[in-house]
Each structure stands twice: as C-alpha cells, then as structure tokens.
Design a protein around this ligand. Structure first.
Ligand code: IPD
Ligand code: CA
Ligand code: CA
Length: 268
C-alpha cells in the first residue's frame, strides 16, 4: 500500500477507535460558534490522530479543525484533519459521522481517507491511482437526467446570509430532481457522490477539513469538483459543487441561475 495512504488510514482508524470509546458515555457538549458544536470526543479524537501523524511525519504541517485551524496552506506536505465530521449527528446518536484525514503537497491532494463510523465504511483515494470503498474500486454514477438525479446537500447554519437565495434554489431542485438528502456530514455526502449513491452534491459554508480528503475521493472516482463559479477555489472558498460530470454541470447551472453572483464568489 502507498505509504502516505497507510499513515492516513491508520491515523483515521485511531480516530474511529477514540470516537467509539465515547459512544456509550455522557457527552460534554458546547457551542463553539453559532450552531457549531464541539464535544470532548472531537477534542480527544483530534489529539490522538495528530499524535499519530506527528510521530510518523514529524516534519509535516497540520491543519485540523479543533486545534490547528487556519484558512491557508503552504506548499509543504500538510495533513488536513476533521476528527468528527457530523458532530451534531454524533451528539444526538444519529447515524452518519466520519473521520477525515487528507495529505496535500504543493497545494494538491495526495491521499484522502474518510471513515463513516457507524457503518465502518472506509473510503480511500490516492492521486492518480483511484478511489476505493473497503478496498473495492468505486466510481461516480452515470445518471444524466435531472429527473433521475438523487443528490445530497447541507444547510448553512452559522452564516445565514445566503438562505433566501438557497431556498429559491431548493424550491426549484425539489421539483426538478428525483430527491435531495441532508445526511449531516459533508465528507460522507462527497463519498456518496464518489460511490455513485448520490449523483451530485452542493453546499455553502464548508471548510478545508470538510472537503480535503473527500474531494480527492470524488475526483479519483471520476467526478468533478468546483466552487460555485466553476473554478478551483473550493478548498478554502467555502462553496462546493460535486457530481458526475453531467449532474455537476446541471447543479452549476442552477446555482448560477438562483444564487446572485456576489454570493457565489469563493472566499479568498
Ligand atoms: C459539518 C458537517 C455538516 C455541514 C457543516 C459542517 P462538523 O461539520 O459536515 O454536514 O453541513 O457545514 O461544518 O462541524 O460536524 O465537523
Ligand atoms: Ca466537518
Ligand atoms: Ca468536525
């Protein structure tokens, strides 16, 4: 196995172990921002993942949600970690929450690992080599009709500035598409695009740790990822559209139609 993938996978599995040790305990939960929860499990999971990475890759840089959050990255090897993606689900014992570990270098993704904890699904990718679910190669769907398209999304919850236009977009998509789901973990949504469960996904207000690993998994599965203007500013730009090539284009067109240009601008 690719050595970086091996480290990412082992680090993510450490994270899963830590999360599972909290599943039967009373959780200490607080709001760190508007509607933005953090629990003791998030903090300990991140601590254990970072300890593993630092032990094996002491010279690499780290960007991690709870203790090493920043909105930029150098060209150096950088590990990007979301210890629990889907904390609100986790805090309510609602299924679908993930550990996400990515390695980037020269501002490009090299490996990505997302593990959905409740079903123990391990999604992995290596740049140029492909994407896998529990060791089996995966690829995006070939749905091309809007009527057959099943997509995921997330609701913005701490920056509500786009809600009015978002609602108009939803109104339209509810009628046009087969179905829309909001599982509550962006990493999982993206992995569902990669494995062909979803045909597309879009969300506003995401951070690098939400998308760094899963976006590579989508790309390596033959999918397309852009920001809301069709560009590549999706890592730090807080706006993402993913999909198989046809449904990605359809979602990009609809976002252009319903979201005003100033709200589509990636954050830089
Ligand atoms: C959140 C989840 C959620 C998305 C939020 C993210 P967290 O991550 O991915 O699906 O809608 O925008 O912040 O806070 O649970 O790591
Ligand atoms: Ca997250
Ligand atoms: Ca998180």
């Amino acid at each position: 196995m690719n050595n970086d993938l091996n480290i990412a996978l082992k680090a993510a599995r450490k994270g899963v172990e830590t999360i599972k040790s909290y599943q039967s305990k009373a959780l200490n939960t607080r709001e760190k921002g508007n509607h933005d929860l953090v629990t003791d499990a998030d903090l300990e999971t991140e601590k254990n993942i970072l300890a593993f990475i630092r032990e094996h890759c002491p010279d690499d840089e780290i960007l991690a949600e709870e203790t090493e959050a920043h909105e930029k990255m150098s060209d150096a090897k950088t590990w990007i970690v979301d210890p629990i993606d889907g904390t609100t689900n986790f805090a309510h014992d609602f299924p679908v929450y993930c550990v996400s570990v990515a390695l980037w270098e020269n501002k490009k993704p090299k490996v990505g690992v997302v593990i959905e904890v409740t079903r123990n699904e391990e999604f992995t990718a290596v740049a140029g080599e492909g994407a896998w679910l529990n060791g089996e190669k995966i690829s995006v769907s070939n749905t091309s009709n809007a009527r057959d398209a099943f997509i995921g999304t997330g609701f913005p919850y701490n920056d509500l500035s786009v809600v009015e236009s978002y609602l108009k977009l939803f109104r339209h998509l509810m009628e046009e598409l087969q179905g829309i789901r909001r599982p509550g973990a962006a990493t999982f949504d993206l992995c569902c695009v990669a494995s062909g469960r979803f045909d597309g996904f879009f969300e506003y207000s995401l951070h690098a740790w939400d998308v760094a690993a899963a976006a590579l998994i989508v790309k390596e599965a033959g999918g397309v990822i852009t920001d809301w203007k069709g560009g590549d500013g999706w890592l730090f730009g807080q706006r993402i559209i993913a999909g198989n090539p046809e449904i990605h284009q359809l979602l990009l067109d609809r976002v252009e139609e319903f979201i005003p240009i100033e709200q589509r601008e990636a954050v830089v």
